[in-house]
Design a protein around this ligand. Structure first.
Ligand SMILES: C[S@@+](CC[C@H](N)C(=O)[O-])C[C@H]1O[C@@H](n2cnc3c(N)ncnc32)[C@H](O)[C@@H]1O
Length: 342
């Protein structure tokens, strides 16, 4: 286990770190799995979208947006509920283990820490990511974290209650998605739950990525999104039963003392979240980039829910500003989610 694994960590050093700091996840690690050296090579030579900005990625600006994990808490709370509430009410065990496969710098784990006490489960999530930049940041947040590719997990069979694959499934090459779901199936305990999340092909979010993020970020963004049938097929082909696919309201929501403050916070969040650096070109003041992104949101992020059985009251159809104790800015997004049981 002498292989360099992360900047500053050999596999050995990482193993020691987990044993001391996060012993509850130590037994889940499988760091002498045959093929691990090839997997580390794969991680070091793959796409760098979420590595540091200096390294050609948009990792640092993405991390800046994620400093507040609660902007996406509406969707994240639902994902955690889906992962844990196997029969609608009951949690699978008193100390569940959840694996967040595309975990970034631990947004989902940090959102869970901020939830009301009744919903909080301390250190239930093992954050996992392929990007060294993301994993080091998650470790800095003092979160249990593993660097591994979704295609080849450094984890033992039947060691988790739930697996979440969210907010980035489109970054996995289409031909790898079934093997990723099979890896998720392998590490789940019998009866464990998978939750896979992304956005629907042809939806406002898909067009936003293909036309806005691709044009105004330095990394570009030409990744395919998904259909209900694809999600269903991926989970069934990987051995899951009771597969259910549905749309989930997953907005960005920010709050501030003033309406102008809420507007600026949301525009700033979106500029960083998607790394829309080119919208700053030729500007003298951040307000000019805010106005540009605001215009694009009004052009792209428009929803029509009338033919959707999932529709619930309260879902916004476009960017909306309102007062609820504080001033709120809410940008709607509709995600596609599939759940299945091992
Ligand atoms: C959009 S980010 C989402 C991060 C986090 N879930 C969040 O919501 O803030 C997508 C993440 O997927 C990671 N990723 C992409 N391909 C991956 C792969 N094959 N294996 C593991 N992680 C991967 C990226 O490094 C990135 O951090």
């Amino acid at each position: 286990l002498k292989t360099e694994y992360l900047p500053g960590f050999t596999l050995d050093a990482y193993q020691q770190f987990m044993a001391t700091r996060f012993p509850q996840f130590f037994d889940t690690l499988w760091l002498d799995r045959a093929g691990i050296d090839e997997a580390i090579h794969f991680m070091n030579t793959g796409p760098a979208d979420f590595e540091s900005n200096q390294g050609g990625g948009r990792g640092n600006s993405y991390q800046k947006a994620q400093q507040n994990p609660l902007v996406r808490s509406t969707g994240i709370t639902k994902l955690i509920d889906l992962a844990l509430k196997q029969d609608g009410t009951r949690r699978p065990s008193a100390a569940p283990k959840i694996l967040d496969i595309l975990g970034g710098d631990g947004t989902i784990a940090r959102a869970l820490q901020c939830m009301p006490t009744k919903d909080r489960i301390d250190q239930a999530i093992l954050t996992s990511d392929i990007s060294a930049c993301m994993v080091l940041k998650a470790i800095n947040y003092d979160l249990p974290t593993v660097r591994q590719p979704a295609q080849f997990l450094f984890l033992r069979d039947m060691s988790f209650d739930s697996v979440i694959i969210a907010y980035g499934t489109h970054h996995i090459p289409a031909h790898d998605i079934v093997s990723v779901c099979k890896e998720a199936h392998r590490v789940l305990k019998p009866g464990g739950r998978i939750v896979i999340h992304d956005f629907e092909e042809q939806s406002p979010v898909a067009r936003w990525f293909q036309e806005v993020v691709d044009t105004y970020s330095y990394t570009g963004h030409q990744y395919p999104h998904f259909t209900t049938h694809q999600f269903e097929d991926y989970l069934k082909a990987s051995g899951f039963r009771d597969v259910n696919v549905f749309r989930m309201y997953d907005p960005f929501i920010v709050r501030d003392e003033t309406e102008q403050g809420a507007y600026e916070k949301l525009m700033d969040y979106i500029l960083h979240m998607y790394g829309l650096h080119k919208l700053h070109e030729g500007t003298q003041h951040p307000n000019e980039a805010y106005a540009r992104v605001h215009h694009l949101i009004n052009q792209y992020m428009i929803y029509e829910y009338s033919d959707m059985p999932e529709r619930q009251s309260g879902w916004k159809e476009k960017l909306t500003f309102y007062k609820a104790e504080q001033f709120v800015a809410e940008m709607p997004r509709l995600a596609l989610v599939a759940v299945g049981t091992k």
